[in-house]
Design a protein around this ligand. Sequence first.
Ligand code: AMP
Length: 381
Amino acid sequence: MIETIGVLGGGQLGRMLTLEAKRMGFRVVTLEPLPNSPCGQVADEQIVAAYDDLRAIGELGARSDVVTYEFENIPLDSVLSLESDRRLVRPDARVLHVAQDRLLEKAFLRDIGCLVAPFARVGDQRELEAAMQSVGFSAVIKTVSGGYDGKNQWVVRDEAGAREAFAAARGALSIFERFVPFDCEVSIICARGADGTIVHFPVTENIHDHGVLATTIVPARVGEDVVEQVRHQAAQIGAALEIVGTYCIEFFVCERALYVNEIAPRVHNSGHYSLDATQISQYEAHVRAICDLPLVEPRLIAPAVMVNILGSGTGDRLEGVADLLRDPDVKLHLYGKRHAALRRKMGHFTVLGPNPAAALEKAEAGRRLLSWRRRVEAVPA
Ligand code: AMP
């Protein structure tokens, strides 16, 4: 019987997962190098250790009945060591391996018949020259591993730009990907149980700012045909990888085609809205999936817009919260982070509306109310 869940990673996704797991009566132990992490603040215990500290990883495994992760950049060896200790890890190391390597991920997607942007491997100057010829421009160069939120990726428009970007990547193994001139970006959260049951959350529309998610609109303003294809492909990917847990698939929607951008085998920023707008959240669905509890089909209670509250680098004190909270349709979530560095995810709010357009209007008005100011420290008497 599963009583304790181990969470690798101590960020906001782990925090929201933990809050839902605790509501359902589970114990949670997290492992994260920074003390007092967003997840550690709400978990029963936090093991403060590096993700590659195999002794600490072993300790997490020993204290947990199932181990999961809240982001992909956990060293694969750490998850493999848990599996070799016969600990239950969900999703398993094979899934993590594909999701944390952009080349493996794209090749896997192409092999199962999904459309992906044309891509090539770039490990050295010779491969860069070949990629520029075979893939063409405009393009995006991304390091194969270790990137997130637009970090370690560069949009390039010509050969000089590509050489410069590859130099900025300091020769790290990279993927050279054709830029997709998308009409919009959408994603879907699914949850899959060990018995193969898959449930789908509504398809959401995502707007990014400098590679960081800024806004999620649900349901996405796309046709029923796109929704059907997204649901079908996401289920196909989950089944092919035998994912156990919540996962997210991101897509680019073009006029006539649907490209898969990324697989995230974990709870995802574009699913935050589900805490307030569906009768079961992506976090509860994850807990149910990894603990062998029944999965139920999510239902949207009301259209919603989720706004990420990002740091601006101008201060750590959030102003405007009282004004934002005057709206009865706003739900605010803050992550307990002290420093609001530029574009750091500090919190989010979700607006429920009678329709996506009305929710979007309120969301934009809400965003304008918030700003970051310098903390005023108490002056000693
Ligand atoms: P990723 O880390 O791959 O999810 O990329 C972050 C964001 O960069 C995406 O959500 C897109 O907005 C943009 N992006 C990444 N790859 C491409 C591409 N091949 N074509 C167009 N935009 C892209």
